[in-house]
Design a protein around this ligand. Structure first.
Ligand code: C2E
Ligand code: CA
Ligand code: CA
Length: 667
């Protein structure tokens, strides 16, 4: 036979301990909402005490020592008092959950009902104390046994009335909280209430305690779930605007996929025009305020099933129904935003934005893809400068895929030595002897030789050009070392360095390190860099050239004459050599000849060596010779040669011109 009494007593003790543990766990939690945390701790402590004292009232009857008798009386008193005090604890908690705070000031919603509950609680406790001495609610006999008194029903009625009032508040404001929170709150009231009523009718069993214990368990579990949910929300929310962040956006797409057809939506990734200026004008704090006001004003224009999120900085993403897209894009032209400036005055600014649009065309698409596509469209809009809205097209998408593949191929090529230097001789046209060479990169890819025109521009865009240039320098040094070992006399070899490298202030030192480590004389390496100074100031180029010269390297200005700052470059920067661009050599009208004549004279006057590039015909060689430019690089003498052929050329550095020209024509 199961001893129900023993089970009940053990249950009370166990549950009491559980309530205290739950209170400690709640108190230790690092919760953002301190008020709710304190209310939970208060409720749990009360529940723990209630169960503990009730436990004592079950184990003490029959013991007749004065101490037992005292504890029995005190515990019974405590149980009755706590039942009334519970009302206050529950209204505090419910008010905090529903309305965010608890007080009894005029503005407090349901103030009258809250006040009534507090009154009931106070009156109830006063009645308990009176009855303790008068025996109205209960009496304790000589054997330490508990008996209900005449007014016992009142002791139940008061808390039950209070609970009913709280229930009415909860039902009325159930929309103020989530469904799961509402159900949990409901259980805090229903279980003890039902327990109370049961206890009233079925005397002798701790129904009320069971009800309280159940609601504490529900509260415990619900609080853990709620906290986890809050953490998840915080992870997906941007603090500045309160909007979803990128995680939130991806999550929104993931969860909406099952409810709606994503193909009905378009994603718009946009950034605010002139936000840097706004920040500068009003300061960062006002700038932040503008950002959140903009977010609020924009979000107001959206339908309930549409989405708006904040990405980084001044970038937002909106996911809207396709039929609403024109309306949303209209907002990009300017959205009036109100904010307070530094003086506290309300100002209105119309804020425009630039957008990338991706009209979702796949039902089962990942959130990450949606974000990438519209963000890329925005990047494209930025690169076009003036365009306000750019749509993600199939071509753009293919280009992204190609770029990704190309990027991987290039990384692979750099790691697996697929790039090799070819060498194009520079020839002294007076002696027809090789007097130098330019190293030019070739990509040996899938048995094809790819020219730099097909990879350099791309590498300049993704910055891998810097890796290529250093890689080439190492390869060139290795080739020179090998040729020298074979006893060959080597003329200076020029190495191309992209202007992109100028971002690295230690570039000259790094070049020097590579050359030194290879052990070749510094005079054998000359650095070629183009004259255009687009992204870096002239001073950066000057510093680079000066440090190279100081370290003992020759420098040459490439493609001279095709940029727009040629003269200032010549004035400011001390190059050793000027390479005249092929464009000048090719043209043969009188005006161009005159310019070429002047450039060459100028170079000679300021002590620059001259190399003429892209020379293909003997007539050009003759003209250049007459003008005083004797060093020639071009197909007229040789195309860029693979290492082995260059070696042959170095062994035999004199061009026998008649035979050579004939040979080339046959090629
Ligand atoms: P660049 O530095 O101006 O190199 C000269 C280009 O003109 C080379 O093209 C060369 O093959 C070509 N060329 C030489 N003589 C003639 C001629 O008589 N007729 C014609 N039509 N072309 C001639 P390439 O090798 O295709 O290189 C193109 C550009 O790629 C180079 O122009 C250079 O800017 C860049 N490049 C090549 N290798 C590297 C490298 O290792 N690093 C960097 N940063 N850029 C490189
Ligand atoms: Ca060059
Ligand atoms: Ca050139």
């Amino acid at each position: 036979m199961v001893d129900f009494f023993a089970v009940q007593v053990a249950f009370l003790l166990f549950e009491s301990i559980f309530c205290f543990i739950s209170a400690i766990v709640s108190a230790a939690k690092n919760s953002r909402d301190a008020k709710a945390k304190h209310a939970v701790v208060f409720l749990n402590v009360l529940a723990g005490l209630l169960l503990l004292f009730d436990y004592l009232t079950y184990v003490l009857p029959g013991r007749v020592t004065p101490f037992s008798s005292f504890v029995m009386r005190a515990s019974t008193l405590a149980v009755f008092l706590i039942c009334d005090l519970f009302l206050v604890a529950i209204i505090i908690y419910i008010s905090i959950v529903l309305f965010g705070h608890f007080d009894l000031k005029r503005e407090q919603r349901c103030r009258f009902r809250f006040l009534t509950c507090c009154m009931l609680s106070v009156v109830g406790m006063a009645m308990v104390i009176i009855s303790h001495f008068s025996g109205l609610y209960y009496t304790i006999d000589a054997n330490n046994n508990y008996n209900r008194g005449e007014l016992f029903p009142l002791s139940v009625l008061i808390p039950v009335a209070g609970m009913a009032i709280i229930l009415s508040i909860l039902m009325q404001y159930r929309k103020e909280t989530s469904r799961s929170r509402f159900l949990a709150l409901l259980s805090y009231i229903i279980f003890p209430l039902v327990g109370f009523l049961f206890q009233y009718f079925f005397y002798g069993f701790a129904y009320m305690d069971i009800g309280v214990a159940i609601s504490v368990h529900v509260m415990f579990v619900e609080n853990i779930l709620y906290q986890n949910q809050q953490i998840r929300i915080a992870e997906r929310t941007d603090i500045r605007t309160g909007l979803a962040n990128e995680h939130g956006c991806i999550e929104w797409i993931r969860t909406r996929k099952s409810d709606v057809n994503l193909e009905d939506y378009a994603a718009v990734y946009f950034d605010l025009a002139k936000y840097t200026l706004i920040n500068r004008k009003y300061g960062v704090d006002v700038g932040n305020q503008i950002l959140s006001s903009y977010a609020g004003a924009f979000a107001e224009k959206l339908e309930p099933d549409e989405f708006m999120g904040h990405q980084t900085g001044d970038q937002f993403i909106a996911i809207v129904r396709k039929e609403n897209l024109p309306k949303i894009l209209e907002l990009m032209k300017g959205l009036p935003v109100n904010f307070k400036d530094e003086t506290g005055e309300i100002v209105t600014e119309s804020i425009a934005a630039r957008a990338g649009v991706y009209e979702i065309d796949k039902k089962d698409i990942k959130g990450e893809e949606v974000v990438t596509y519209c963000r890329t469209a925005l990047d494209h809009a930025r690169s076009l400068g003036s365009k306000q809205v750019v749509y993600m097209t199939q071509e753009l998408m293919n280009a992204i895929e190609d770029r990704k593949r190309f990027d991987l191929d290039i990384r692979y090529a750099l790691e697996h030595d697929e790039f090799v230097p070819f060498y194009q001789p520079k020839v002294n046209s007076k002696t027809n002897m090789v007097c130098g060479a330019e190293a030019l990169a070739r990509w040996i890819h899938k048995d094809r030789i790819i020219d730099p025109g097909d990879f350099i521009p791309f590498m300049e865009r993704n910055e891998s050009i810097c890796d290529l240039d250093m890689y080439m320098l190492r390869k060139i040094c290795a080739d020179i070392t090998q040729w020298r070992k074979e006893g060959m006399e080597i003329p200076p070899i020029s190495v191309n360095f992209s202007r992109r490298n100028l971002a690295d202030p230690d570039l000259a030192k790094k070049i020097d390190k590579v050359v030194k480590e290879s052990g070749i004389p510094k005079e054998l390496i000359e650095i070629e860099i183009t004259e255009t100074v687009d992204e870096f100031p002239l001073s950066t180029l000057k510093e680079f050239v000066d440090s190279l010269r100081a370290l003992g390297y020759g420098t040459s200005i490439d493609d001279f004459g095709c940029g727009n700052s040629s003269m200032s470059v010549l004035r400011e920067i001390n190059f050793d050599t000027m390479k005249i661009d092929k464009g000048f050599i090719d043209r043969d009208d009188v005006k161009d000849q005159t310019i070429l004549d002047h450039i060459i004279k100028l170079a000679i006057d300021i002590g620059l060596k001259i190399v003429a590039e892209g020379v293909e015909q003997s007539a050009q060689v003759e003209t250049l010779k007459n003008l005083g430019a004797n060093v020639i690089q071009g197909y007229f003498y040789d195309r860029p040669l693979p290492k082995e052929k260059m070696f042959e050329r170095l062994k035999n550095p004199k061009y026998e011109m008649d035979a050579e020209t004939k040979e080339k024509k046959e090629d």
